[in-house]
Design a protein around this ligand. Structure first.
Ligand code: ZN
Ligand code: ZN
Length: 126
């Protein structure tokens, strides 16, 4: 009989959150979520964490994008909803292939509550 898998991915599972509002603001992106959460992303943070094939090597998950190569004053110039699962941003450096699935976007939230939540998840995983 195979050993039971003890692995759970609870910390990484955020069930069916989706943005109800996306606004491009000076210096960043403002997102309001259907669970009432509000995220304000510095543009550079989002751009550096792009998970597209140009920025992350698909098989190894190695970062191909050097954060230092992203301008500090990078801006999101436009965005598009991709179906019901992701947001795509057009960045001022011309990069537009980045698609941010809602759960990925939510995990990038920089608010104190989300940071504390991630710290707890990390501590529990040790
Ligand atoms: Zn990318
Ligand atoms: Zn948050």
């Amino acid at each position: 009989m195979p050993a039971m898998m003890a692995y759970t991915d609870r910390a990484m599972t955020i069930k069916s959150v989706k943005p109800t509002k996306v606004e491009l603001r000076d210096g960043g992106v403002h997102v309001e979520w259907n669970d009432g959460h509000v995220s304000d992303y510095p543009a550079k943070h989002l751009r550096v964490n792009c998970a597209c094939a140009e920025c992350i090597e698909e098989w190894t998950r190695r970062k191909l994008l050097d954060p230092a190569s992203v301008a500090a004053d990078i801006r999101a110039e436009d965005y598009m909803m991709i179906g019901k699962y992701a947001v795509q941003f057009l960045w001022s450096d011309g990069h537009f292939t980045g698609i941010y699935p809602f759960d990925h976007l939510r995990r990038l939230c920089q608010c104190a509550a989300c940071k504390a939540e991630r710290e707890r998840a990390r501590a529990a995983a040790d």
